[in-house]
Design a binder for this molecule. Structure first.
Ligand code: TXA
Ligand code: MG
Length: 327
């Protein structure tokens, strides 16, 4: 990307404007994290409740340290190993980060994104950039610049186009502000990868259970859903769904066994590996969501640690085809 584009984007940020930029996970909607008015514009553009804190993006670990009041050994080793990369560390916050960013919490989520455009922007701006995913609140995160345009349009002052995102789902959020590390949101860095560095960690399970109440800010059980009614189902229910797809103008994300010519529905055959699935999930949901279908059916990916983040996102995007499953 040309340095003059980056420089104008940095200028927009300095002036309190909003810049959408690519990261390796999803596109972010950035503002100066030290400017309360700029941060307020993010919440307004997204229609995001002010109780949901934003992640602060910085160019390297040394800069991240400035915005936390403590930097435990776990933060040092994890940052060493995974930054730049899809891991957000939650730490006690320094006063420089305005309250609006962190929803009044005493902690801040920090990350160094692994994307050349994001890093160039952060270096040119030379300060912390608060950036949630660049979508309307409760909608699917954007993985291309075009998604951002469709989603936010005029509400954003500038969009930097860095092509499709490599990871495709949001960063892992790990809370390091308490006694031991706790995984708040599964994402691009797996639990196993983290545990290989810091040993066993706690896992906040609320995020994948829609039948439990929200526990505290930053841990809400949020739906990130298409507009079309979307249902998840287990592979064992495939025949039932095949039946539905034969008669209705519906869509489905299936895993394998794709070719069934008698179907009227639109089928997207999803990759059988978790990384590939993650990369394509949001784009596939968006594509089906734009087709005026009666419903979208998503086959649940397999259980197991490597699929944790993908399953979490499918849970958040859908409701159970059989609502009585947990009754
Ligand atoms: O991959 C990503 O993380 C993307 C890109 C743009 O970096 N950003 C992203 O931001 O997904 P957002 O706002 O859509 O999600 C931020 C998540 C939310 O679940 C939020 O509650 C949590 O991080 N979070 C942020 N700060 C927190 C804090 N201080 N304590 C607990 N959770 C926090
Ligand atoms: Mg988001």
């Amino acid at each position: 990307m040309s340095s003059s584009l980056i420089e104008s984007a940095a200028k927009v940020l300095r002036g309190g404007g909003l810049v959408a930029f690519p990261t390796e996970t999803v596109y972010g909607l950035g503002a100066d994290a030290t400017n309360a008015a700029a941060v307020a514009r993010i919440f307004a553009a997204k229609g995001r409740p002010s109780t949901n804190p934003l992640i602060v993006h910085v160019a390297d670990p040394a800069i991240a340290k400035r915005y936390a009041t403590v930097w435990p050994e776990a933060a040092r080793t994890l940052a060493d190993r995974f930054w730049p990369g899809p891991l957000t560390l939650v730490l006690p916050k320094s006063p420089t980060i305005v309250e609006g960013v962190t929803a009044g919490l005493g902690t801040v989520g920090l990350r160094v994104p692994d994307h050349p455009v994001a890093l160039e922007l952060l270096r040119a701006f030379d300060g912390p950039v608060a950036a949630p995913s660049a979508n309307k609140s409760n909608r699917i995160s954007p993985t291309t610049a075009q998604h951002v345009r469709e989603e936010l349009g005029e509400a954003v002052d500038m969009i930097l186009d860095g092509g499709p995102c490599r990871v495709g789902i949001e960063s892992t959020v790990l809370d390091l502000s308490g006694k031991g590390p706790v995984l708040l949101r599964p994402g691009g860095v797996s639990r196993e990868q983290i545990e290989a560095i810091v040993g066993p960690i706690g896992v906040f399970e609320g995020a994948v259970r829609h039948d439990q109440a929200a526990v505290s800010p930053g841990q809400q059980i949020t739906h990130y859903a298409p507009r079309t009614p979307a249902y998840r189902f287990d592979p064992g229910e495939r025949e039932q769904v095949d039946e539905i797809l034969r008669d209705r103008v519906a869509g489905a994300l299936l895993m394998g066994r794709g070719d069934r010519p008698e179907r009227r529905g639109t089928i997207i055959d999803m990759p059988a590996d978790a990384d590939g699935y993650a990369r394509e999930l949001y784009g596939a949901l968006r594509e089906l969501d734009g087709m005026n279908l009666s419903a979208i059916y998503v086959e649940m990916p397999p259980a197991g640690e490597v699929w944790r983040a993908v399953r979490d996102r499918v849970y958040r995007a859908t409701v159970d085809l059989r609502p009585d499953r947990y009754a």
